[in-house]
Design a protein around this ligand. Sequence first.
Ligand code: 0A1
Ligand code: ZN
Length: 861
Amino acid sequence: MSDSPSPLAIRTIHRSDYQPPDWLVETVHLDFDLSLDATTVSATLGIRRNGSHDRPLRLDEDGAIPEVIRVDGKAVAYTRDSGQLILPVGSETATVTFTTTIDPSANTQLMGLFASNGMLCTQCEAEGFRRIIPFVDRPDNMAVYTVRMEADRAAFPILLANGEKVAEGDLDDGRHFAEWHDRWPKPSYLFALVAGQLVANRDSFTTASGMDVDLAIWVRDGDLDRTGHAMQALKNSMRWDEQVYGREYDLPVFNIVAVSDFNMGAMENKGLNIFNSRYILADADTASDLDFDGVEGVVAHEYFHNWSGNRVTCRDWFQLSLKEGFTVYRDQCFSADMGSEAVKRIEDVRILRAAQFPEDNGPLAHPIRPDSYQEISNFYTATVYNKGAEVIRMMATMVGPKRFRAGTDLYFDRHDGEAATCEDFVRAIEEGAGINLSQFRLWYSQAGTPHVTARVEHDDASGTAALHLTQTIPATPGQPDKQPMLIPLRIAAHDRAKNAPGSEQLVLLGEAEASVSLGRFSEPPVLSFNRGFSAPIIAEVARNPGDLAWLAAHDDDPFARYEALQALMLDTLVARVSGGDASHDAVVAAVGNTLASWASDPAFVAEACALPSEAFVGDQMLVVDPDAIRRERRALQRSIGQTHEALLRTIHAGTATNATELSPTAKGMRKLHSLALMLLWASDAADAPALAFAQFAQAGGMTDRQAALGILAHMDAPERQTALDAFYARYHDNQLVLDKWFTTQAFSLRADTPEVVAALAQHPDFTLGNPNRVRSLYGAFAGNQASFHDASGRGYALLADLVIALDPKNPQTAARMIPPLGRWKRFDESRARLMREALERILETPDLSRDVTEQASKSLA
Ligand code: 0A1
Ligand code: ZN
């Protein structure tokens, strides 16, 4: 099997080895005879020699091998080598024909053509198309596709593919067919088809230039009334891309299909997006605010790919961030425009710090444009996506919106219909926006999160202040030495005496050390640093609690206000975990001060007053002490809860207003409602279980219900089990909600969580066949720091067992579970040894996939 090589046989692919394909497939005709366990595909490929050479045609293959291949009608003998079929072709152009047979029901990898709940669908990014037919399966081969599907009408009444339907009709024996044609040349990773019993939520959209587009969201019968939010998000994104980027949709149909078994969030196939159902289905009874936001963000993300990804695609997979970083940036801005900009920025930074900073600081660190890979599926990372988005955001910050738009216009116009590189993007921004990005390009090639120190110096005699900055970028695998980057820092210096915010300036830090004049101040000013998180850095600012409390109350940048309060909490927690006896007083007072404005800005107050996660506290320490972090975080919550108990009760009562409205204020109220409950529980209030159970039982929507269940899950009170049982009884038929039931228990702060997780893995509703279910239990557990890092090593053993069991079925999802084990260098000797043992045990497993081999062996290094 090509996906079970011995470690020695695994090839490393290098970006520097890029060569254009020797042969291009320009037209593709596919004829599918569809069934769940034996689908035949007859392919007719129009090929053309690319350049002047006499090399053979090489087609990538992964399992679907034809018995006979004909070139211009004549059967040719072919050989096989390292995952390719090699055929001699004498002419400049030729027609290649063959037939493959595949068994979608046996496709547990969910790559290529697979069955999910009785329907058939595809996933071809990155290298899944070769599991359907042998092909020049690389993104720089763009072809025009025509697809004919034939199937039993009762089993597969709906037949969809990319582009537009050009023919359909009935056949004998209850069978029918449909033919689809996609006029836009595309790489094979954007190919898609779907066949099944589906119903549609239909709508329409008229583009700015007057084209009517039929929109449809296809789901299983019974799910239709949960598609409204996704449809609204789709229409909003279509309009937004016209208004903000001048990009219109380009086909008369846009189809979205929701499937329950999917490795990732969704896929941007041209004209036929395929979604993990968790990013389509939402209603107030079953989806939380977070879920609603996820639907809106992912629908927008996939839609925006129509330009940033499909019309302009990637030359090779090293350029993945070209489409992903840019598209994440676009969907972040869209969501900010649809809701609260400040809250969205805070959430995005939280995700970056939780998922990307640890990656950049560990054995799997890589630049946003990697230099090499063994398995490309392992590079759909927070670095390529989220840090990639930050890199785009920095360019936009440096040039401002108008010039940035001029740069993106040039990029889209210049590269429309092409497979482009990150360098092409940077050059278009340089020329279109008028900026020199020579040094900035280092963000594409250097891994690691820069550390920036900032120190304010005040000269009493002259009454002036200066800011002294330094930057260092830590060594990462394969990159021991780094050059200084260009770091755009939005800063302000506030005059505390005048109680007035200083004006903002953009400092471009390009040296290892630099100083900036801050102007005239009678007293040392208070520094507001990296406002809006203008650069994805770790800021080390000499700060005193008084200044932080002042910033938390007075800064005119909401992100900086949030950051100041978080920094105050973090400093206190880190000091105490490290054995100091730092007082809680400053934090408790500052939180009280922020809580006081709960009614006017609930969303911001909820963000700012939530304590940093256990993992983020751990990230600040040389050696993570998970137990001490859990203890100290809880103790700080207790102090806050006890001091402000009366106010928190007022807030909890006053925020129980609207359970379902999706306005930023209503969402903020709900977030604050549950934060108040959390702090009241942490305060050891005797009625906390009753209060939490009442919120759970009386909740008018999933946001309040799930949050209350999450808090109850930490408790020992009898209400805990009652609530878990009630939730299960009510929702066990809804797979997406059942995922929450697993996750809630895996997130529990109780000491018995590792055993509970082990027991849940044996629950009849647990299955390795559904990636969402796997993530709902094990993904959540691995993010529950003190429980996963239980000193016994049970957590590590559980995760290793999972990886070993899952790898033969779904290597992609198995490999994505490994990174938490790779953080062993950050833990004490005993935990580090146990984590390494878990990784070694994985690597000793026979017939391991390339995906898991790469992640586990790199994690051990
Ligand atoms: N391009 C998709 C992500 C994606 C990547 C690989 C997949 O294979 C299982 C699926 C989806 C996106 O960015 O949304
Ligand atoms: Zn994407």
